[in-house]
Design a protein around this ligand. Structure first.
Ligand SMILES: Nc1ncnc2c1ncn2[C@@H]1O[C@H](COP(=O)(O)OP(=O)(O)OP(=O)(O)O)[C@@H](O)[C@H]1O
Ligand SMILES: [Mg+2]
Length: 292
């Protein structure tokens, strides 16, 4: 569903990469924390997924869309699949809560009738059914965060990405935001959350990916903890399971099935060759591979 393959990013004029050969696969319906120190590259990684920034090299696919073939006209389609809660929220101060959520639908051409139906449902989901007429400045920090989540959910994306959704919130409010994200995840939405919140990560016990100086130094696939050092962040690291590489190939196939060109076919052959190379010689010993 989300696939970064050897992604490297230099910002213009930089001599050091901000992302350095990042490879990350996230399956549909997973709930993943991305942790790392300030400046480690978390928001930049997210900007790769939302196409706010382009990688200098490497491959990105999200929900079957291969970014190598992404044209400007495809971006609205991409934005329907990915809901983003930005680190700085980006709420419109002169619009009401209702209008802030409605705006996310207006810009992708949803009819007024559908907007009137959808917005109250989404506000209800985030516990703000009675705040539609308020302006962002009239709300608490936790409520503003909920508006941002409501706006990102309005288009019913398959993937929700939240960049520091609990930054500056007190522990009780943070726990409420996390419960909301958990609920959204239970509906089947894939969730990727960046955070500095040790308590939240250690309470939730989900997959935890750790990034340091632009490199992924740990990937605890389940029951993860907040560790920023490579040794402990890697405790649950294990080789790619067979099912992971299969879905990777399937995603690439789905994406390259659209209007065929030589470039599409070549990308597919290359991906398949890579997947075959990753495949263990003896597929009859899956247990061993997972335990390693
Ligand atoms: N648009 C940009 N142009 C140049 N450099 C940038 C840009 N955005 C980020 N950087 C640099 O890239 C590095 C990673 O930034 P990024 O925002 O991805 O970090 P982060 O892990 O999200 O940090 P934080 O936890 O503080 O949000 C930093 O050194 C930052 O200064
Ligand atoms: Mg950031």
């Amino acid at each position: 569903m989300i696939l970064l393959d050897n992604v490297t990013k230099y910002y213009p004029g930089d001599t050091e990469p901000v992302l350095d050969n990042v490879t990350l696969h996230i399956q549909p319906k997973e709930f993943v924390f991305l942790v790392g120190e300030s400046g480690a590259g978390k928001s930049t990684l997210i900007k790769m997924l939302t196409r706010e920034e382009k990688p200098t090299s490497g491959k990105i696919m999200v929900g079957g869309i291969d970014y190598d073939y992404l044209r400007k006209r495809h971006i609205p389609h991409l934005r329907r699949r990915i809901g983003v809660v930005f680190q700085d929220l980006k709420l419109l101060p002169n619009r009401t809560v209702f209008e802030n959520v409605a705006f996310a639908l207006e810009i992708v051409g949803v009819s007024n009738a559908e907007i009137r139906r959808t917005v109250p449902k989404v506000l209800d989901l985030v516990g703000l059914a009675d705040k539609g007429d308020k302006f962002p400045d009239d709300l608490s920090g936790g409520q503003r965060q909920r508006v941002a989540i409501a706006r990102s959910m309005a288009r019913q994306p398959k993937i929700l990405i939240a960049d520091e959704p609990t930054g500056n919130l007190d522990p009780k409010i943070s726990a409420g935001i996390m419960r909301l994200l958990e609920e959204i995840n239970n509906f089947g939405t894939t969730i990727l959350v960046t955070t500095h919140d040790v308590n939240i990560v250690n309470q939730m016990r989900r997959r935890v990916v750790t990034i340091q100086d632009g490199k992924i130094i740990g990937d605890q696939k389940s029951n993860g903890h907040y560790y920023l050092d490579a040794e402990r962040a890697n405790i649950a690291k294990r080789p790619l399971a067979t099912s992971d590489y299969r879905s990777t190939v399937e995603e690439i196939r789905a994406a390259t099935n659209s209007p065929r060109s030589n470039a599409h076919a070549a990308a597919q052959r290359q991906a398949e060759a890579k997947a075959t190379a990753q495949k263990p010689a003896k597929p009859t010993t899956p247990r061993k591979r997972i335990i390693q």
